[in-house]
Design a protein around this ligand. Structure first.
Ligand code: AMP
Ligand code: MN
Ligand code: MN
Ligand code: MN
Length: 288
C-alpha cells in the first residue's frame, strides 16, 4: 500500500448533496482542518452542494473547484466520470443531472421492493430521510439496513445486498461513457476517469477502457485515491502518460464513519504525471 500522504489538493469529495455524511459547509471545515488548500466537491450526479461549499471555502480560505461525479455505463460496467472545472449553471448539464436523479428515484423504488423480498420491512422512507431531494442512493439504503439492525455496517450491507450481482442490486440504464464525457466537456470541464482500479479489470480491458475514454473526449485519469495500492498508482500513471492524459488525485472521502479514508489523504502522483490542475489554472503553493 502507498502511504496516504497529506496533500494541499483534494479533487474528489462527497457531501450530503449526494451520499456523503457531512453537509457541504461541514465538509469544507473538515477539509480545511486537514490542511488542504484546493478542493473539488464532486457529488454523484449533482451540483446542488456547490453554492454552500463555495461560501464555506471563502470563510476557510480554500479554493473551490466546481465538480461532479457522473454515473455511466460502459459495456457491462458501471463507470464513474468526475467532471472538474465545470460551469454548474450550464442549463444542458443541469438538465442531464435532473434526468440522472429521475433514474435514481425510479431505482430507489426497485431497491426497496427487492429488499422487501429479502424479508425486510419497507426501508424506503428510512433511506429517503437523509437523502438529497429525498432520493436515496445505495449508501442511504446501506445506512438504513445498519440503523434497523439488519447489517453490521455499510460494507456488510453492500456485500450482502447492494453490490453488483447481489439481491438488491439493480442494473441501471445509465447514460453512455461518451454522453457523460460530452456533458462535462460542454459545461467547460475536464472529464476524469474516476478510480479505474476499482473496476477490477484485466490489463487488456483496462487498456480498452482508457482508450475508449480518451477517444470519447476524456482528458484525465484519476491516478491516486485513498488507500490505493502502489502498483495500481504506478500502472495508472503509465497509462495516463502513454495516452497523453493528465492525472488527478482525490480522497473520495464520504464522511467520518469510514475511518480509513480522510480528506486530503491519498498517495502522491508519480512525478512523470502531468497534474490535472495544470489544465485548471491552479498552481502548487510551493511553486508560486
Ligand atoms: P450509487 O451511486 O447509489 O449506485 O451508490 C454508489 C456508492 O456506494 C459509491 O459511490 C460508494 O460511495 C458506495 N459504495 C459502493 N460500494 C461500496 C461498498 N462495498 N461499501 C461501502 N460503500 C460502497
Ligand atoms: Mn459515493
Ligand atoms: Mn465513484
Ligand atoms: Mn466518489
Amino acid at each position: 500500500m502507498n502511504p496516504n500522504l497529506p496533500s494541499w489538493i483534494d479533487l474528489h469529495l462527497h457531501s450530503t448533496a449526494s451520499d456523503g455524511e457531512l453537509a457541504p459547509a461541514d465538509l469544507v471545515a473538515a477539509v480545511a482542518a486537514a490542511g488542504v488548500k484546493v478542493m473539488a466537491l464532486t457529488d454523484h450526479d449533482s451540483v446542488a452542494g456547490l453554492d454552500e461549499a463555495r461560501a464555506a471555502c471563502v470563510q476557510h480560505g480554500l479554493q473551490l473547484v466546481n465538480g461532479v461525479e457522473i454515473s455511466c455505463r460502459h459495456d457491462t460496467l458501471d463507470v464513474h466520470i468526475v467532471g472538474l472545472g465545470i460551469d454548474p449553471a450550464s442549463p444542458q448539464l443541469q438538465g442531464h443531472l435532473a434526468a440522472q436523479m429521475a433514474r435514481r428515484a425510479a431505482r430507489a423504488q426497485v431497491i426497496s421492493t427487492r429488499l422487501q423480498k429479502e424479508g425486510f420491512p419497507d426501508l424506503l422512507e428510512r433511506a429517503s430521510a437523509g437523502a438529497p431531494q429525498g432520493i436515496p442512493a445505495r449508501p442511504h439504503f446501506a445506512r438504513a439496513l445498519v440503523a434497523a439492525g439488519h447489517c453490521r455496517d455499510e460494507k456488510d450491507a453492500f456485500a450482502k445486498y447492494l453490490s453488483t450481482g447481489k439481491p438488491a442490486y439493480v442494473k441501471m440504464d445509465w447514460p453512455s461513457l461518451a454522453d457523460a464525457i460530452g456533458w462535462i466537456n460542454s459545461a467547460g470541464g475536464v472529464a476524469v476517469l474516476a478510480h479505474p482500479h476499482r473496476y477490477k479489470l484485466t490489463r487488456t480491458k483496462l487498456d480498452l477502457l482508457l482508450r475508449g475514454f480518451r477517444e470519447a473526449g476524456g482528458r484525465a485519469v484519476e491516478v491516486a485515491v485513498a488507500n490505493q495500492e502502489a502498483t495500481s498508482v504506478q500502472q495508472l500513471a503509465d497509462f495516463s502518460c502513454r495516452y497523453g492524459m493528465v492525472a488527478s488525485k482525490g480522497s473520495d472521502y464520504h464522511g467520518p464513519s469510514m475511518r480509513w479514508v480522510q480528506p486530503g489523504k491519498m498517495p502522491a502522483l508519480p512525478s512523470r504525471c502531468t497534474p490535472v490542475w495544470s489544465l485548471l489554472g491552479i498552481q502548487e503553493p510551493q511553486k508560486i
